[in-house]
Design a protein around this ligand. Sequence first.
Ligand SMILES: Cc1ncc(COP(=O)(O)O)c(C=O)c1O
Length: 374
Amino acid sequence: MIRARKAVERLQEYHPPLEGRAGMLRLDFNENTVGCPPGLVRAFRRSISPEWFARYPEYQEGCAELARYFGVSPEEMLLTNGVDDAIKLICDTFVDPGDVLAVPSPTFSIYRFFHDLAGGRTKLVPYSKNLEFSAKDFLAAAGKRARWVAFANPNNPTGTLIAKSDLKTILEALPNTIVLVDEAYFDFSGVTILPWFRKYPNLIVSRTFSKAYGLAAIRTGFLFANTRLAALLKRAHAAFAVNAAALACALEAIRHEESVRRYAQMICKNRERFLKQLEAMRIPYAPTASNFVLTRTGPRAHEIAIRLRKQGILVRDWSYDPHLKGYLRMTIGTTSQMRRLAEALERLRHLMETQDGSSTWQDLVTYSPTGWFA
Ligand SMILES: Cc1ncc(COP(=O)(O)O)c(C=O)c1O
């Protein structure tokens, strides 16, 4: 019998998202809920031809323009097939079997997925009970031996931010460890440490056009690091990992920056309004700086997600995760989309566990430490 590598056999079972999302109100994947700027699609259509499809991509000029947009040099930036590919690239470049990745928990699962796939071991460091992050506690739990550490900032699925001072402490305490700060949701938080990679040779920052820019289907991600680290990453990157459509759309996207900014501002306004509605419904939620919110709807969360789906509304159900049972993550959309969600939640309120008082997110997280994962 042909067997997979041991690391593959050991991987945790993956729970793919439900398909059939077209035509639904998609509040389950933190996507842009209205689509990318329509002018981008028109420009892309004009730019393609049969000859264009036949050619292998050329990156140099386009990447130089994208680097200028981010205020870095082309030698400090990599264009990747989404941030997922960027995370895999970090593992391909730096992770040997047995190496350790330390991450806060819960967080974006792809760090662990590619690290474990490379034969590494992942150490999960649980957030405190009220979802606060402390660099001191993280460092004490993670130890000094980690090959890399990864922080989504804001974090997914919690939406919470790690303070810049904590990131600084970690960067300085672990000079021989790669520190990935994943700013996938930067456009909604406005918080960045991107320029710090010039000061900290162990820092890698990632960004994506999958969220505010509305290009999740096209797959456009970015890594930023000092030229030495970036050169190592480039050495391990497949020559044509990013397709020409992704590059063309990314270049068009930066010409529509104003419309992306307006979208992000609208989402932030709707987020604040929706949080107030959650409070009015006494549904606990985590403080969020992103385009989604993690809510605790209680033991019947799965049923609530199914009932919402029947009404054409998709939210992210975490019931399969033993540490996030009872939680639903909801993407923030337009005013009318959020009205529709709030009305649907109101109708399902009898199924929810609600809390008294105004401290709605206190003791939101009920998972327990899981420690080493082999
Ligand atoms: C924290 C974080 N990083 C990266 C990604 C994936 O980005 P991309 O679509 O560029 O692969 C996501 C997607 O949900 C995310 O939540």
